[in-house]
Design a protein around this ligand. Sequence first.
Ligand SMILES: [Zn+2]
Length: 323
Amino acid sequence: MADYLFYTYFEEGREYFVYKDLTFERSHKKEKDFPFLESLLRFTYLDIWPMEDLFKQMDKALLNFYREHNFDSQAAVMGILEALAKKHIYFEFLRLDWQARFRYMDHHPDEDVYKHLPHKQLRHIPSDLDTLQKQVMRLFEDVLDIDDGKKKPVREKLQAYLDKEKKEPLYAYQFRPISTTYERTNNGSFAEMLHPTSLSDLVEFSIRECVKREQRMRICSYCGKYFAIPRRNTAEFCNLTVDENGHTCREVGAVKRWAEKKNSDELFKEYRREYKKRFNWIKAGRISPGAFYAWSATAKGKRDECATGKMSFEEFKKWMAES
Ligand SMILES: [Zn+2]
C-alpha cells in the first residue's frame, strides 16, 4: 500500500528523518536532522488545542468523502495535513501516509473506505496527544530529571513510574511493540531504523531510546521547558526555544549569566522550585493546567524583571509567596 518512503534513526547524538514520495519519479529524497530528542520534545510541547478545529474539519471532510468520494473532500483533508506537516516532522509522516491511503482508494474503489481512511484516527489526535504529553512530562519528572534530588537508579524510578499506573489510569506511558530494521545509514554506518506505521510508532521509538540511554533531562532556567542534556554537561538553558529575535535560551541565558550578579542563581533556583512545586499541584488536582500556565507566564515576567534589576529579589520572593 505504501507508495512513499519514511524512516528515522539515531546516529551520533542526532536524529534523522528521511522521506520521499515514490509516485513521482523525480521527487528527491528529503532528509532532516535534529539534535537527539528534539522532535519528541517539540511534540511534547506542541500546543495542540488551538489546532483542534483543523482535526474537526478533516473529520467532517472524511465523512463527506465516505458518501460522495469527491475530490473536494480529499483536497480539504490533504490541505490541512500539508499545513500540519510544516509544524512538526511527525505530521510529515501523517501527510504521506494519508496521501497513500487516498491513492489506494482511488485505485481500489470497491475496498472498504472506513477501514482504509479511518476518520477517528485523525479526529482523536488532539486528545490522544494531550494524554501522551502529560505521560511524557511525568516520565521526565519522575524518572529522568537530574535535579529531582533523588539518588535512586533510573531503573528503580522507571518501575515506580510504571507502577503508578495501577492507582491512576493513564498516568504512565505504556511501552508498546514496534518493528525496526538494522540498516546502513547515509553516513555509511549501521543503525536501528524505524519505518513507522503510525504516529505512536514514532513516539515509542524516541521514548524507548531516551529511557535506554537514561537521558538526563532538566528544566530550562529560561523558558521553563524540559531539554536533554549531554553527559558531563552542566547546561542550564535549552537550545530549543527561540525568542522573537531568533535567539535561543542558551544564547540569551549566557548573556544574562555574564551580566548578572550572584543572586541571579538564587532567583532562577527560586523560580524553578516554585515552578516544579506548582507543576505538581496539577497532578494533585489543586490547580488546573490553565491556571498553572497563566501563573508561570506571569512569574516568568516577574523573574525577568528581577533579573534586569527592575524588581528586587526580596520583592520577587514576596510576590512568589503571595501569588
Ligand atoms: Zn529554554
